[in-house]
Design a binder for this molecule. Structure first.
Ligand SMILES: [Zn+2]
Length: 287
């Protein structure tokens, strides 16, 4: 089943001038990959996206691709990733680690300035399954707070579990908080220490098999930064189209709503002995 979300064509968005991801902003000429359309994601019922782990993914057409980058910002590689995306007028979604955002707020602000979507990926990239529920919730919330504080835009209530290591309890928690949980449809394997050519070959093969979907990259990897220019050219050559996902609600709007809603999930709900939880049904990916 595919989760239904509203979408608008790039033409409509360009006309309304409501989003920065318009083709007119591209300064690199016409022969670029560009953004095909913007997909507005409603997080209000705590959806989970990505066929690697969940039954549903984003409402994508065949050969539509959503680029995601985890674990940054990184002082050497994130800027190279941003340059590669800018040269093709492409917008992506970043899932930064809170501690990295606090250390390099200027890099995270560059991501925001480029018009990319920014979610969160916990405070320090701990394996949620090995933490008590209260500790896991603190990791999630501190991550969101740190990322939000590092940039002057309102970030998305989009969350990705480190290593994709979700748990039933924390997935429920994230859903009650109004966060959308993002797994993946296509793995690039860039966290395995492979080179740019192998990243490109594996990702293109999997994209072909899956007919598009959410791709997992890491903007902390040199090989990924090196692979990206050629990879984006191949996407264009092979007819893939980039979808930029943006949230219907912002992280800040959820915080404001929770302030007047005492029944919302809070850390207090999760206090207590709360054993670490495992979920063996889910494939484990390192990052
Ligand atoms: Zn990660």
């Amino acid at each position: 089943m595919r989760y239904r979300v509203a979408s608008f064509s790039m033409c409509a968005l360009a006309f309304l001038s409501v989003h920065p991801a318009t083709a007119s902003e591209c300064v690199y000429g016409g022969n670029v990959l560009g953004v095909s359309r913007v997909l507005h994601v409603d997080t209000s019922d705590g959806p989970q996206f990505g066929t690697l782990q969940y039954e549903q993914t984003l409402d994508l057409e065949p050969n539509e691709v959503v680029l995601t980058f985890d674990d940054g910002p990184h002082p050497y590689t994130t800027q190279r990733v941003l340059e590669a995306l800018a040269k093709e007028c492409v917008k992506a979604t970043f899932f930064p680690v809170g501690a990295h955002a606090e250390r390099h707020p200027e890099i995270l602000q560059s991501i925001a300035d480029e018009g990319h979507t920014i979610g969160a990926h916990t405070w320090s990239h701990r394996n949620i399954r090995r933490l008590s529920k209260a500790h896991a919730a603190k990791q999630i919330e501190r991550g969101f707070r740190a990322v939000s504080a590092a940039v002057d835009i309102q970030i998305a209530p989009f969350f990705r579990f480190p290593g994709l290591n979700d748990s039933k309890a924390m997935s429920t928690y994230a859903g009650r908080q109004g966060y959308a949980v993002f797994s993946i449809d296509v793995n690039s394997d860039d966290w395995r220490g492979i080179g740019p050519r192998t990243i490109i070959r594996r990702t293109m093969a999997r994209l072909k098999r899956q007919k598009g979907g959410i791709i997992l990259f890491h903007d902390t990897k040199y090989a990924t930064a090196a692979a990206l220019p050629a990879f984006l050219k191949l996407l264009k050559r092979d007819g893939y189209r980039i979808v930029h996902i943006v949230p219907k609600q912002t992280y800040d709007s959820l915080l404001s709503a929770k302030a007047g809603r005492p029944e919302a999930a809070t850390l207090a709900d999760l206090a207590g002995p709360g054993k670490p939880e495992s979920n063996n049904k889910v494939r484990t990916v390192q990052r």
